[in-house]
Design a binder for this molecule. Structure first.
Ligand code: ZN
Length: 447
């Protein structure tokens, strides 16, 4: 071996060095001794090697069955677990500073919602660079709504490139075409009066179903992904019939019927429950107290952020904005039952958090909520990897541990199929072959 192992690892772990060094030729290593959860088989595979060359996985399998290049550095991971990097299929960017924390928590890809399509494209391009400490950002833009609906003016910007508030089906078609021409691949629609969380505040205007239909049909015709915010069962059913790619929130207000689920299966609709969002709105204090009870989460955030998130001012702000937590709380059993029923019928559940406040952490909480709702740990992990990549249309690139794909991986200390909260035991994160160690877990690599 040309380079001393410790120097080599220092070299791998120090982003600043990698940027200036001839990185790809050097970044050839084999992960040895770990149990592999590859995202394809429904059981962990003992002692599988993963060979990484540059940004790609070039071999996976048992020793002797895999060709290991002569110069590859061996990284001994005996007793650890390797799985595909996590994919959060519903996030918002609260601050660009949060992206590093997402990656450090093992989130290697996200679907991020932007009101502004220029920002969306700029972020996507930025995140494609190998040297960026961030997940790969697959943006959704714009978020279509209606005048008086969620969310006009105020905090939320207009999209200077496109009308976010189409007034008729013709304007809707035109807006989708404009986005497609710019290179946008995913759009989102708001179909919600928000009574379920805002009552007794005035209900919001909802999008006309003919306009929604034109947006969905326009996206389908151009091969774009469409996502709908429709936590109400009847609106969700309209969107599913209209050919939406994904419900980006679970259905909260009622139990889905067998017919609802059949319709989702026949349309191959993805279902993204966002348990975090609902548990957050049900009771902000309880949600935050539970999240911050894990000191790994606490240590990964600045102390002032922890104080802010757990402070009375923070929860009271959300209680004022969303006073109907009682409704959310009382409908959590329906939310859980709907996810369980879809999973039991082999529907396509992807993992998404909608958790702007807890970058990366939300994904680990979401996985726990999925299992609490009745999914098996493996179903939850598949939702957060394979199915997330399928939803985003990037399964050729990520979402499983297979030769030819990007080396987007997490190495864990504990077995997440035995206890889903072991996804939090992040030992290292690999994005496109580059290795990161979470700064809150600074134990030296290797033995
Ligand atoms: Zn959202």
């Amino acid at each position: 071996m040309a380079m001393n192992i410790r120097h080599f690892l220092n070299f791998l772990f120090t982003g600043a060095v990698l940027v200036t060094a001839p990185a790809t030729a050097q970044r050839q290593y084999v992960l040895k001794g770990a149990t592999l959860i590859n995202g394809v088989f429904d059981r962990p595979l003992k002692e599988h090697l993963v060979v990484v060359d540059g940004s790609r996985i070039t071999g996976v399998g048992r020793a002797k069955k895999v060709i290991v290049p002569a110069g590859a550095v061996e990284i001994d991971l005996t007793g650890k677990f390797i799985m595909p990097g996590l994919i959060d299929a519903h996030v918002h960017e609260e601050s660009p500073d949060d992206w590093a924390t997402y990656l450090d928590w093992g989130i290697t890809s996200v679907n991020c919602m932007y009101e502004n399509s220029d920002t969306a494209l700029a972020r996507e391009e930025w995140s494609e660079r190998d040297t960026v400490r961030a997940p790969r950002i697959y943006p959704t833009a714009t978020i279509f709504t209606t005048r008086g609906g969620w969310w006009e003016g105020g905090d939320f910007p207009e999209d200077p490139a496109v009308n976010r508030f189409p007034g008729d089906p013709e304007e809707a078609r035109e807006a989708v075409e404009q986005l497609h021409a710019k290179g946008i691949g995913r759009i989102k629609l708001m179909m919600d009066d928000m009574r379920w969380c805002r009552d007794p505040l005035a209900p919001l205007e909802t999008m006309d179903t003919a306009i929604a239909g034109a947006l969905l049909a326009g996206a389908a015709r151009l091969g774009m992904t469409s996502e709908v915010h429709a936590p109400g069962r009847s609106m969700a059913a309209v969107a599913v019939d209209g050919g939406v790619t994904a419900l980006v929130h679970g259905v909260l207000d009622d139990r889905m019927t067998a017919r609802d689920i059949e319709s989702m299966l026949s349309h191959q609709t993805f279902y993204i429950p966002t348990f975090c969002l609902y548990y957050f709105l049900a009771d902000v204090d309880t949600f935050m107290a539970r999240a911050m009870a894990d000191d790994r989460f606490r240590r990964s955030l600045p102390a002032e952020t922890v104080a802010r998130l757990t402070g009375a001012e923070y929860s009271s702000r959300y209680r004022t904005r969303y006073p109907n937590g009682g409704f959310v709380q009382s409908h959590l059993p329906a939310l859980n039952a709907n996810a369980r029923a879809i999973a039991a019928n082999y529907g396509q559940i992807a993992m998404g958090t909608d958790m702007w406040a807890l970058p990366g952490i939300g994904a680990h909480l979401e996985l726990e909520y999925m299992v609490k709702a009745g999914l098996t740990p493996m179903q939850a992990l598949t939702a957060a990897t394979f199915l997330g990549a399928k939803f985003l249309g990037v399964l050729d690139r990520t979402g499983t541990v297979e030769a030819g794909k990007d080396a987007d991986l997490i190495v864990l200390d504990g077995d997440p199929t035995a206890d889903i909260t072991n996804t939090r035991s992040v030992y290292m994160v690999i994005r496109r072959g580059k290795i990161y160690r979470p700064p809150w877990n600074p134990a030296p690599p290797g033995r």
